[in-house]
Design a protein around this ligand. Structure first.
Ligand SMILES: Nc1ncnc2c1ncn2[C@@H]1O[C@H](COP(=O)(O)OP(=O)(O)OP(=O)(O)O)[C@@H](O)[C@H]1O
Length: 257
């Protein structure tokens, strides 16, 4: 039976290299006996809508050429569909957090070639209200600051751009009150930042949350309370070195996703 693949390309992702690889991806899928439909995104939600269509039309595969935002849209498109195509991700974003977490090759040609001899991985996804996520959720002013990072800053600085914006907010000590019901316990805490991770990768740093596995079925919940600049630096070092789990005062537990 003929196999169907949809390529979803975000031409604006990362360093805007996706278009130059379009033909290579098309050729390899044809070589693997897929019939191929190509869709380019123009704006927010296009990738999600293409993915919904691919599910409804019972496509076998969606090849995503883009960054975390594009992958997230596709996941939101397929999550609640009866038929979910498999995903082949070609990381072309700035940070590519999810690709790092799932250990997809970051070199474009290698990621394309994965389809020649594919291995399948199941991954956890989480849900907030009606929105699915596959990386992590940040709550607080620090998290909001990261949304102010411009596309230009991202292209120039990569993940560092987020850290710089985040650090500015850390100094303002914006504390908020948060009530967390985790398993059977409810805690009310004052927090600077709440981080809920599904994978071990944060801000593009592999192993930052080394206890989290992509398919362990858990949400890993961290609450960062008011901290001195020294403590903040120590946490950043932990993130980079993969020792966030050792900061037990901040790790308040995990629950089944
Ligand atoms: N043609 C387009 N021009 C501008 N923006 C687009 C276009 N198509 C999609 N978008 C927007 O781009 C967002 C996703 O970008 P994506 O995350 O893939 O790239 P990135 O930001 O460079 O990567 P990363 O998230 O890894 O840093 C989508 O959510 C959508 O809003």
């Amino acid at each position: 039976m003929e196999k169907h693949a949809m390529i979803i390309i975000n031409p604006s992702s990362g360093t805007e290299k996706s278009i130059q690889f379009k033909q290579d991806v098309y050729d390899i899928l044809i070589e693997k006996d897929y019939s191929v439909t190509i869709n380019e995104t123009k704006k927010e939600n296009d990738a999600k809508n293409f993915a919904i269509q691919a599910s409804k039309d019972a496509f076998d595969l969606i090849t995503i050429m883009g960054g975390d935002g594009t992958v997230n849209e596709v996941i939101n498109g397929i999550a609640e569909q009866e038929h979910r195509p498999k995903l082949h991700i070609i990381p072309l974003g700035t940070v590519n957090n999810f690709a790092k977490a799932v250990e997809i090759p970051l070199k474009t040609q290698q990621a394309i070639d994965v389809i020649k001899d594919p291995t399948e991985k199941l991954v956890d996804i989480g849900k907030i209200n009606n929105h699915y996520f596959m990386n992590l959720v940040n709550i607080g002013a620090i998290a909001e600051a990261t949304y102010q990072v411009t596309a230009e800053q991202k292209s120039k600085l990569g993940s560092l751009a987020y850290f710089i914006e985040g650090l500015k907010k850390f100094n303002e000590k914006d504390i908020f009150s948060v009530k967390i019901k985790l398993n059977e316990t409810t805690q009310e805490l004052d927090a600077m930042l709440v981080l809920i991770a599904l994978t071990d990768t944060f801000g593009g740093f592999k192993n930052a949350v080394s206890e989290a596995d992509i398919n362990d079925g858990y949400l890993h919940v961290f609450v960062f309370q008011e901290m001195s600049t020294l403590e903040i630096l120590s946490i950043i070092t932990s993130l980079v070195n993969g020792q966030l789990k050792d900061q037990h005062t901040f790790n308040i537990g995990k629950r089944r996703a």
